[in-house]
Structures are given as structure tokens and as C-alpha cells.
Design a binder for this molecule. Structure first.
Ligand code: HEC
Length: 278
């Protein structure tokens, strides 16, 4: 019976896609059944501006306390040391922002860089061509692998980022015209030597919702979608990224960041504390 339904739906799908000559990309974008309940019972129903900020349902008392501790660490503003507080000092000497939540505001994403503003919600990775023995980016002498455009009092910030836009005009297949803006980044006020010619990788902060669920997935749930050469012809190709896991001292499946270059939440968060705030 089940097989029959599958067969019928394959035939219907085939008939639909084969006969629809006026097919346009948008006409096919539809909800998948149950897509709005991706996390099943663990989801929280909220349309408030704090919708990304909830713990999953059903946590024990102890787990709720752990969530609250992590959340306060995420939202708190760090200060330079020495300070009267010893729990949240250690900001700088150079940094990008004083709190995780500055860039991931209400656990949401950052925005594109605006000239003259500090890089809140945006940061610039920099590197030299090549890789180190663990496959990680090669640091730029005097700067490391991330540009910090702010600093504690009396200390020079590393440099400022500037952006200009090149306008690209084009036309869709149906003749409608469009205009794109291509950002072109540059540096100024470099404090520790010229940055000309270094590789740049601008990154907007991602939303930080549901990441524990990603870490709960067995690796195979991710690697089963690997399709480097789009052999199934669905127009989507993808490969797994293997990166160095400093906890186990081995290469491991990358899961976090735009380029999946952190294998665990711990490593991603440690890199944020080190790279964005210190
Ligand atoms: C200066 C802005 C900035 C600050 C401050 C910052 N982040 Fe991020 N965060 C980013 C950017 C940009 C990315 C994407 C990084 C990449 O692609 O490599 C990111 C990615 C992440 C991710 C991975 C998200 C995903 O979907 O894979 C996590 C988790 C995260 N940050 C946690 C933190 C924590 C915890 C802190 C504080 C200790 C923090 N961030 C501070 C900008 C920031």
C-alpha cells in the first residue's frame, strides 16, 4: 500500500515537472510538510522579538540553570582587566565587540558593514596565502587571523575597515533589469604594518539558534548529503569540510561558521572569546 502511494506520487511528480513548460524557479518553492516543526516537540512557539532566545522545552531544573548561566555569559559586557569584577574581565587589548550579544543581537544575525561604524555584527578575517600544518589559515604577522578594529584605552586598534560598492547592472532571462552592489573592502590606519595584499574574508554574524541540535546530530546525518559533483542533478552540490579539532587533536567534521570551519561549539565559542573579545 505504502509502495503504491510512493509510486503514484513519483508519477505525479514526474508528470508535474515533465509537463510544466512554464516552469519558473519560484513556482516550485513550496513548504515541505512539517517543515515549520523541524524540531518537533522541542520547538518553542513564539513570534516575539525574543523568539531566537529560548531554551528548548522540557529541560530539567539543572539544565535550565545551565542554560541561564550560558545565556548570561553571552549577554554580559566584558571589561578590561584589572577590574573590580573578576568574572568578566579580560577584554582586549584589541577586540571587535564587548559582548557576544553585540554581534548576535537577541541571538539573531549581524548586518553588513557600514563605513565609519565599528564592526558590530561583522568582522574581517585576514590571512596569508597557504595553510598551517593543521590546515588552518596562516596568520598575518602583527595581526593574526582577524582584524580587531577596537582597543582598550591607550592601546592602538589594529586598523579600520572601509567599504565601497561597485554597481553591477544585469538582466534576468525575462528582460527585467536588476542592479547588484559588489562590496570592495580596504583597510586604513594600519597600526602594525601594511595590510596590502593580505587575503580578506568578510563575515556577517550568524543567528545562534538551534546549534545544540546540530551538535546532537550524528556525523552521518550531515555527510549523507555530500554530493560534490551534483550527481543527483538537483542543482545543489556540497562537500563536507574537515578541520582540526583541538580537543581530540585530530581532523574532524566542521559544523559551525559560514564555511563549517569549527568542529564543535566549544571550539567556536573559544575562538570567539579569543578572536572577537581578546
Ligand atoms: C564581532 C562580532 C562577533 C562577536 C563579538 C561574536 N561573534 Fe559569534 N560569530 C560572528 C561571525 C561573523 C560568525 C560567523 C563566523 C564564520 O563564518 O567563521 C559567528 C559565528 C558564531 C557561531 C557559529 C554559528 C553557526 O551557525 O555556525 C557561534 C556559536 C558563535 N558565533 C558564538 C559566539 C559567542 C559565544 C560569542 C561570545 C563569546 C560570539 N559569538 C561573539 C561574529 C561575532
Amino acid at each position: 500500500m505504502k509502495l503504491k502511494i510512493v509510486l503514484i506520487s513519483i508519477i505525479i511528480t514526474c508528470l508535474y515537472s515533465c509537463s510544466d513548460d512554464d516552469y519558473t524557479a519560484t513556482s516550485k518553492i513550496e513548504y515541505e510538510e512539517g517543515e515549520e516543526f523541524l524540531t518537533g516537540d522541542l520547538g518553542v512557539n513564539s513570534t516575539s522579538n525574543n523568539a531566537f532566545g529560548f531554551e528548548i522545552s522540557g529541560l530539567s531544573f539543572v539544565e535550565q540553570a545551565e542554560f541561564a548561566t550560558g545565556n548570561s555569559l553571552f549577554n554580559q559586557t566584558w571589561v578590561s582587566s584589572p577590574a573590580s569584577t573578576t568574572g568578566r574581565d579580560g577584554l582586549g587589548p584589541t577586540f571587535n565587540a564587548r559582548a557576544c550579544a553585540t554581534c548576535h543581537f537577541k541571538d539573531g544575525r549581524g548586518k553588513a558593514f557600514v563605513n565609519g561604524e565599528d564592526s558590530s555584527g561583522f568582522l574581517m578575517r585576514i590571512s596569508m596565502p597557504g595553510q598551517d600544518s593543521n590546515g588552518d589559515a596562516l596568520p598575518v604577522l602583527g595581526y593574526g587571523t582577524q582584524l580587531q578594529d577596537r582597543a582598550n584605552n591607550g592601546i592602538p586598534f589594529e586598523a579600520k575597515v572601509n567599504v565601497t560598492y561597485e554597481v553591477i547592472n544585469g538582466e534576468y532571462a525575462d528582460g527585467t533589469s536588476y542592479q547588484l552592489q559588489k562590496p570592495i573592502y580596504s583597510f586604513s590606519q594600519e597600526a602594525f604594518g601594511s595590510l596590502s595584499g593580505v587575503l580578506m574574508s568578510p563575515r556577517v554574524a550568524q543567528q545562534t539558534i538551534g546549534l545544540g541540535l546540530i551538535s546532537a546530530l550524528p556525523d552521518e546525518e550531515i555527510t549523507k548529503f555530500v554530493d560534490e559533483a551534483d550527481s543527483d542533478n538537483d542543482g545543489i552540490s556540497g562537500r563536507a569540510n574537515y578541520v582540526y579539532n583541538y580537543d581530540i587533536n585530530e581532523r574532524d567534521l566542521g559544523k559551525y561558521g559560514w564555511k563549517a570551519n569549527a568542529p564543535t561549539l566549544k571550539q567556536q565559542v573559544a575562538a570567539a572569546l579569543h578572536g572577537d573579545m581578546a
